[in-house]
Design a protein around this ligand. Structure first.
Ligand SMILES: Nc1ncnc2c1ncn2[C@@H]1O[C@H](COP(=O)(O)OP(=O)(O)O)[C@@H](O)[C@H]1O
Ligand SMILES: [Mg+2]
Length: 509
């Protein structure tokens, strides 16, 4: 007879139902899996055979064929161990067939029949719910991930024999109940902008960046606090919506990186890959494609510290995600898409020695060295960074000052208005914030009066700003006006925006 058990596999960050069909027929003892099993799935046979025996059941010495349908997509990972074992035990009548109920089963088996955690449970649970299944049997460790999906019965199981008992009607299945109510706990972060003394201008630039979702690069000498500031930017970004949290969490679930005891990522991620990261590590890839840092930063912050140190080809691959908000990884006969919508925060020294422009130490770099260092970050990437901010070393009087600077909470409060304004402005359009504006939008939404126009013209000439600086300045001025709650962009707003294009200025040495 043929037994059928439902399970699931993941492509990208979405799951689809896989039917595990088990046929046992007479013939020489054999055990084969078909339906494009890869790596760990091919090895399942050994774990399934041993765990069935060690759980005290008979393993048939006939011809066993397992088909994973649909048979034309590659299956990976260890989650098919459990459905295969249940299929075999159903085909040998240890478990009665129960065609009325539809359950999804997933889990890795250890040789003694214990059920071990697997990757990708969150997207699988979403699919199980969408397919109208009655519930999901899964490893205890993964229960928190699945229970995030409302209205799905989640049954954690410890051992193969426990599940056999449940499916045979000898044991009761108790659904997992969590106290997760679909709402996030209050944001409580261990770090705060008030930890950073002084640097009011930089904090202001970060506030503007966060308000309009602009990418930002900080330029300053070692020890100025660039890393410290960058680590705090997500404390002033808005809370994740449930949909955003679900999408980001799917990436972590597929990678098996969900923090222990958590079913959902509830705060915006902050990812800071080292400059030795490979292009596959950054945007995803590998033989069996996996999401990279840009997807782990989805709906959060990607921080590239010491950005000129990154390999040029690695920075080049950032173009697609920065333009489109997702990455596509193409293989010989398939392609996978991962979400990758992040805010880029970068940091660099002003020159190779780090002290160009510093009041405290002399810079020994030549003009050409400085130029070469700065052009290490390619034009197309720099084109996507709206705000350049100089971060001078903190003055001793600021460092030793008592009392805190502006807190993240205060800044966040101030930003709310600006975000509402943008929501209204872009209603019905495909973009959501000022940073997304293209030429057409800038023309429509960033009109400036004659005074501001003259100011901008003079600044461009005096500071030697490039043409590309022009539209950036208008975009930033729009955000500054929004933070001010002003519909009109004033000369003050433009003047402040000009401050945020320091890398476009000529290097004077
Ligand atoms: N504005 C500041 N307020 C408080 N501490 C600071 C400030 N700037 C720098 N520091 C201290 O100096 C250390 C080095 O700063 P860091 O962020 O690593 O500098 P950078 O990345 O610019 O080299 C920080 O860990 C922090 O202890
Ligand atoms: Mg640093």
């Amino acid at each position: 007879m043929i037994a059928r058990v439902l399970s699931s596999a993941v492509i990208g960050i979405d799951a689809y139902i896989v039917e595990v069909e088990v046929d046992i027929s007479q013939g020489l003892p054999a055990f084969s899996t078909v339906g494009l099993p890869e790596g760990a799935v091919r090895e399942s046979k050994e774990r399934v055979r041993t765990s069935i025996k060690n759980s005290g059941y008979h393993f048939p010495s006939d011809r066993i064929t397992v088909n994973l349908a649909p048979a034309d997509t590659k299956k990976e990972g260890t989650a098919f161990d459990l459905p295969m074992a249940i299929g075999i035990l159903t085909a040998t009548n240890v478990i009665p067939e129960n065609p009325g109920k539809k359950y999804l089963i997933m889990g890795e088996l250890s040789l003694d029949g214990l059920i071990r955690p697997v990757k990708g449970v969150l997207p699988v649970a979403v699919t199980a719910k969408e397919s109208g299944l009655d519930g999901i049997f899964l490893p205890v460790e993964n229960a928190m991930e699945a229970v995030v999906v409302k209205g799905l019965n989640v049954y954690p199981v410890n051992t193969l024999s426990q599940l056999v008992g449940i499916l045979s009607g000898e044991k009761n299945a108790t659904p997992f109940i969590s106290n997760f109510n679909g709402l996030f706990e209050n944001r409580e972060m261990e770090i705060d902008f008030s930890d950073v003394k002084g640097q009011d201008n930089v904090k202001r630039a970060m506030e503007i960046a966060a308000a309009g979702n602009h990418n930002i690069i900080m330029i300053g000498p070692p020890g100025a606090g660039k890393t410290m500031l960058a680590k705090r930017i997500h404390t002033i970004l808005p809370d994740l919506s449930f949909e955003e949290a679900l999408e980001t969490s799917k990436v972590y679930s597929v990678m098996g990186l969900m923090p222990e005891g958590k079913g959902l990522i509830t705060t915006r991620p902050f990812r800071a890959p080292h400059h030795t990261v490979s292009d596959a590590g950054l945007i995803g890839g590998g033989q069996n494609p996996k999401p990279g840092e840009v997807s782990l930063a989805h709906n959060g912050v990607l921080f590239l510290d010491e950005i000129p140190e990154f390999k040029k080809n690695v920075l080049e691959v950032l173009r697609q995600p920065m333009e489109e908000g997702y990455v596509t990884i193409t293989r010989a006969n398939s392609s996978v898409t991962y979400p990758a919508n992040f805010m880029l925060v970068a940091a660099m020294n002003p020159c190779p020695c780090g002290y160009f422009g510093s009041k405290k130490r002399d810079c020994h770099c030549s003009y050409t060295q400085i130029q070469r260092y700065r052009t290490k970050v390619s034009g197309p990437l720099m084109d996507r960074i709206d705000i350049h901010m100089d971060v001078p070393a903190v003055e001793y009087k600021d460092l030793s000052a008592k009392g805190d600077g502006k807190s993240s909470k205060e800044i966040l409060q101030n930003l709310k208005k600006a975000r509402e304004i943008q929501k209204d402005r872009f209603k019905g359009l495909k973009i959501h914030n000022n940073a997304n504006m293209t030429g057409r939008h800038i023309k429509k939404f960033c009109e400036i009066d004659n005074d501001s126009d003259r100011l901008l013209e003079t600044a461009m000439e005096k500071l030697g700003l490039s043409a590309r600086a022009h539209s950036r300045i208008l975009k930033i001025a729009r955000t500054i006006a929004d933070v001010d709650g002003s519909e009109k962009i004033s000369a003050d707003h433009v003047a402040e925006a000009i401050q945020y294009r320091s890398l476009d200025r000529k290097v004077l040495k």
